[in-house]
Design a protein around this ligand. Sequence first.
Ligand SMILES: Cc1cc2nc3c(=O)[nH]c(=O)nc-3n(C[C@H](O)[C@H](O)[C@H](O)COP(=O)(O)OP(=O)(O)OC[C@H]3O[C@@H](n4cnc5c(N)ncnc54)[C@H](O)[C@@H]3O)c2cc1C
Length: 478
Amino acid sequence: MSAIAFPAPDAGILARRDSILAGLSRLVAPDALITSEDERRPYETDALTAYRRMPLAVVLPSTTQEVAAVLRYCSEAGVPVVPRGAGTSLAGGAIPQEDAVVIGVSKMNRILEIDYASRIAKVQAGVTNLAVSGAVSADGFFYAPDPSSQLACSIGGNIGMNSGGAHCLKYGVTTNNVLGVTLVMLDGSVVEIGGSHLDSPGYDLLGLINGSEGQLGIVTEATVRILRQAEGARPVLFGFPTSVEAGAAVAAIIGAGIIPVAMEFMDKPAIEICEAFAHAGYPMDCGALLIIEVEGSEAEMDAQLARIVAIAREHGVGTVKESKSAMETAAIWKGRKSAFGATGRIADYICMDGTIPTGQLPYVLERMDAIVKGYGLRVANVFHAGDGNLHPLILYNCNDPVEAQKAEDAGNDILKLCVEVGGCLTGEHGVGIEKRDLMTFQFNEADLHQQQRVRAVFDPRWLMNPAKVFPLEGRIAA
Ligand SMILES: Cc1cc2nc3c(=O)[nH]c(=O)nc-3n(C[C@H](O)[C@H](O)[C@H](O)COP(=O)(O)OP(=O)(O)OC[C@H]3O[C@@H](n4cnc5c(N)ncnc54)[C@H](O)[C@@H]3O)c2cc1C
């Protein structure tokens, strides 16, 4: 695929490469500066593997002070930078450009403080999402946002993309669970935003940093909220005859004011792909599956579940199967959380991330199917239904340029449909380069200019992750 344009590399920067590398080598230890082509190659793409660019160099600082020194140097030298966590972005957020220095936070991977009395953990930006829950689970606590990539993705990347996950329906996404960050600005200054407390006086700058896609600064530390684990949790499998009936059940459950802890959707292709991979015990005789997790005491779970089952019956549910053990629960979630990897075993795919009002689910599910079929392609749907956050995985063959283009076009049509029904282009994966050129579909010129004015306060020269988020045409000048 080659439809999305990157800015042409600055020939002046490429010509100065040797002196830029010499400058960087004075700021970090030798093993923290990656210059050879072989060692730069793992950084030329992220999880949007259809696009790739070899960066000028990769720097892996170990401290906030090193990040500050490298950013100050790049700013003074006029060199673009691309912040990077674990490189699992599905929107191409961490893909570099040829004249840019990648600044990765993977060496900053320590948990700095756990304070149960204040319900917070202070962590470095390179700590993986799962490691936060791992550090507190034995004491009965957890960190709520749980992207399916949580074994690998970093807290810094989660903040960059304002990431979500299966259990965000009840507990909110990253922005609802981060209380403070240490942010290094492009000029090397270090600012503290938020803190260990619930809210801060003045503008909600923390809200601005969450989802800023590496364009406003580099997060080096974060204070996150940790929560007490519920007394019990029970995922239940609901098999429906069709996707439309499952979608209608989701809308009805939410409409009845019930908020389970998670409500995940899989259509038939997704069920077959995930079951073959994880042997999770999913019902195979249905057209669509909802995994609905309830939590609390046994009595609370029974009461909530009874209401959900009654609504599901009104929408034609066939199978209702409760998890009976910790092993079954683990298998059910393993199947769901491995969905993208399992799909990758059978075909290339692009994963879209539109979000819609949940009331629109039945209509949009039907239309999405028709859109993909119209291009002669196949789709597997597996997504966070309770949040209306769709993830159609459009299957294609990456060695066939015509098919690859069709997959991208089908994805764009689906995202436009999401906007048309009152939703948006991204629920949790971010804009990156993937949806950059669709931003004009969601926002008018005045909207985009105002957003860029905010960005310009932090980076007036377009040096921070400049290929992303805003279409290349129509950008406001410095
Ligand atoms: C199999 C799979 C499943 C996934 N499931 C989910 C899911 O359920 N929910 C979900 O929301 N996402 C999901 N994702 C997408 C991805 O994992 C998230 O976007 C994640 O938060 C990216 O984290 P990362 O550390 O890999 O960041 P990267 O990919 O390295 O970077 C992501 C963005 O953040 C910026 N960034 C990175 N670190 C910093 C920093 N320290 N300071 C400032 N900016 C920074 C980058 O410039 C880039 O724009 C999935 C991805 C995969 C491959």
